[in-house]
Design a protein around this ligand. Structure first.
Ligand code: HEC
Length: 343
């Protein structure tokens, strides 16, 4: 561990203190906002072109110590009987020109390497589990659930005994697997099916617009609808080459997961409207059954009553979305004479 930081030496006390993060950060922030504040800091440069400044040359060390001293003075930080030093590994600089070598063990790079970083190892929020959506945890071979946890360092034969994390928190394997199936397969499938629904819907919209506003002949308008939906499909297929671009242009997984309630609600509402408009038959009863399952499991889910309710709910929603796509594709394909609203 190598370390470089500003320390505070106290008269008569062993060891060094570390400057507070808020002071160090506050000083740099003030300088970045207004370069006339702590202007010495401008002398600290990126000498090796790696994109990160380094405090290595004597004048840079002097600049950092002077700016820090000025900032502590400005914030009325008590500095009597204290002195600022710059520590780089085992060197303790009292100025750019003068350093003392700190005693350390031969295997150490710095006697202070175990000092926490200024961030004391708190990672930024975007690195948190869940920041990229539910699959950060609920995924196949998820480190979170399937990762190893040491139960006993050695058994009778000297081998280590490991448990999967989900065993430690008392979650069954089937629950973990179903969770992965739901988040890593069912939900992406739902999002894909909703893309298809949007494309077929766009095709139908093109047809209606041409027919109603453009007074196109029926056959031409119908074909234009197919072409629009087909082009959309091609674009969707092409975007599969770069899924990150697609999520950048539309919604990322986090946004989709965060809005799953509304996405599901729209699918349920669409399916309910379709169920009402269909005449009795296999299609209608399939829709009705899926709606009933979704309504029941949805209620259980909101009540937090049955763990399987989530997975069943999402399965029902996926089925309903698929039925919606099939029905809209039917409309896209049908001739005007079969469609009341186009005749
Ligand atoms: C940090 C990891 C983590 C993230 C991210 C996460 N979960 Fe979970 N999830 C858990 C844990 C741990 C449990 C088990 C909790 C318990 O048993 O009390 C759980 C349980 C569940 C369960 C009940 C068990 C099952 O799998 O059927 C559901 C449903 C669930 N999570 C859905 C979600 C959804 C939806 C998201 C995204 C919005 C999400 N989780 C994000 C860790 C996570």
């Amino acid at each position: 561990m190598h370390s470089a930081w500003v320390g505070i030496e106290e008269q008569g006390k062993p060891g060094l203190n570390q400057l507070f993060m808020k002071d160090f950060y506050g000083m740099w922030l003030a300088h970045k906002k207004d370069p006339s504040k702590y202007p010495e800091l401008a002398r600290i440069r990126d000498d090796n072109g790696d994109g990160m400044i380094e405090v290595n040359r004597p004048e840079e060390i002097d600049a950092l110590l002077a700016a820090t001293a000025a900032h502590l003075k400005a914030t009325a930080f008590p500095m009597n009987a204290r002195r600022l030093v710059y520590v780089s590994d085992d060197r303790k600089y009292t100025s750019g020109a003068a350093f003392e070598v700190l005693p350390m063990e031969p295997h150490e790079a710095s006697p202070y390497a175990s000092v926490y970083k200024y961030s004391h190892n708190v990672l930024p929020a975007r690195a948190a589990l869940g920041a990229k959506g539910c699959t950060d945890c609920h995924a196949y071979q998820s480190v979170f659930f399937e990762g190893r946890n040491l139960q006993r360092p050695f058994d009778e034969n000297g081998a280590s005994v490991w448990l999967a994390n989900h065993e430690v928190i008392g979650l069954s394997k089937i629950q973990v697997r179903l969770g992965a199936l739901r988040e890593a397969t069912l939900k992406p499938a739902l999002h894909f099916v909703l893309c298809l629904l949007a494309l077929v819907g766009a095709g139908i919209a093109v047809r209606i617009l041409l027919r109603r506003l453009g007074s196109f002949p029926a056959a031409k308008a119908r074909r234009a609808g197919w072409v629009a939906a087909g082009l959309g499909l091609l674009a969707l297929a092409a975007s599969a080459w770069s899924p990150r671009l697609l999520s950048y242009m539309t919604f990322d997984r986090f946004t989709l997961d965060a809005n799953h309630f509304w996405i599901s609600l729209v699918v349920l509402a669409g399916a309910a409207l379709l169920a009402i408009s269909l005449s009795p038959g296999v299609r209608k009863s399939t829709l009705m059954w899926a709606l009933i399952v979704a309504a029941l499991t949805g209620a259980l889910m909101i009540g937090g009553i049955w763990w399987l309710s989530y997975t069943l709910f999402d399965t029902a929603v996926l089925l309903l979305a698929a039925l919606l796509v099939l029905e809209s594709a039917r409309i896209l394909i049908k001739g005007d004479e079969n469609l009341g609203f186009l005749r």
